[in-house]
Write a protein that binds this ligand. Structure first.
Ligand SMILES: O=C(CO)[C@H](O)[C@H](O)COP(=O)(O)O
Length: 210
């Protein structure tokens, strides 16, 4: 399983400082949605420039203009962009078309989807590359649930790789891996830790597969 650091900080400078400490322990660097909104896609360009060996994930959370926004992310050198799974199928198709054009990946973020099994099957047919089971920050703040059981259910239903995000910590990372995620996205448990470097190192150590 790959480890993704979700950077939901609000400045490129803070993000780069964090990455000096944690990049060595992660496979994927995520420019979080608030960071992109605050600083623009230059954060994605900068991450790729300074960390060319890492996969760069632009959490665009696209809801409309799928092809245009995905293309913006890929032109900024993102390897992944996200489209919201609740979007219209035409939006998903647009993002998929851009990913194919640039030979990159589109992740469908399942945040806000009610029937996740039904939508997962549809998204697989629409051609997305990854499905992200996500307990969002607001949902977490209101007692949001873990989606580990659903991860296992979906693992048996669709062939496309699954990723997991939302509230993953050092003491849950192994359960996420065991449930079948190919990527675990970890935000606050790394960037808000007393020592982000130590937190990233310990989380990395707990992952057994590559
Ligand atoms: O995409 C996000 C919010 O929409 C976050 O980046 C994702 O939920 C991971 O963050 P955390 O581990 O802090 O929950």
């Amino acid at each position: 399983m790959k480890l993704q650091v979700s950077i939901d900080l609000l400045s490129l400078e803070q993000a780069m400082n964090l990455l000096q400490d944690v990049a060595a322990y992660v496979d994927v660097i995520e420019a979080g949605t608030p960071l992109i909104k605050q600083e623009g896609l230059k954060v994605v360009e900068t991450f790729k420039k300074f960390f060319p060996d890492k996969l760069i994930f632009a959490d665009m959370k696209t809801m409309d203009a799928g092809e245009l926004e995905a293309e913006m992310a890929f032109k900024a050198n993102a390897d992944f962009t996200t489209v919201l799974a609740v979007s219209n199928d035409a939006t998903i198709e647009g993002a998929v078309a851009a990913a194919r054009k640039y030979n990159k990946y589109v992740t469908a973020d399942m945040i806000g989807v009610h029937d996740r099994v039904k939508r997962a099957v549809e998204l697989e047919k629409l051609g997305v590359n990854y499905l992200e089971l996500h307990t969002g920050l607001d949902e977490q703040a209101h007692g949001g649930v873990s989606r580990l059981d659903e991860l296992q259910t979906l693992r048996g239903m669709v062939k496309i790789p699954l990723s997991a995000a939302g509230g993953i910590k050092e003491d849950t990372i192994q359960q996420v891996e065991a449930a079948g995620a190919q990527i675990a996205a970890v935000g606050a448990a790394i960037y808000a830790a007393k020592s982000p470097k130590e937190a990233a190192r310990r989380i990395r150590e707990k992952i057994t597969s590559s």
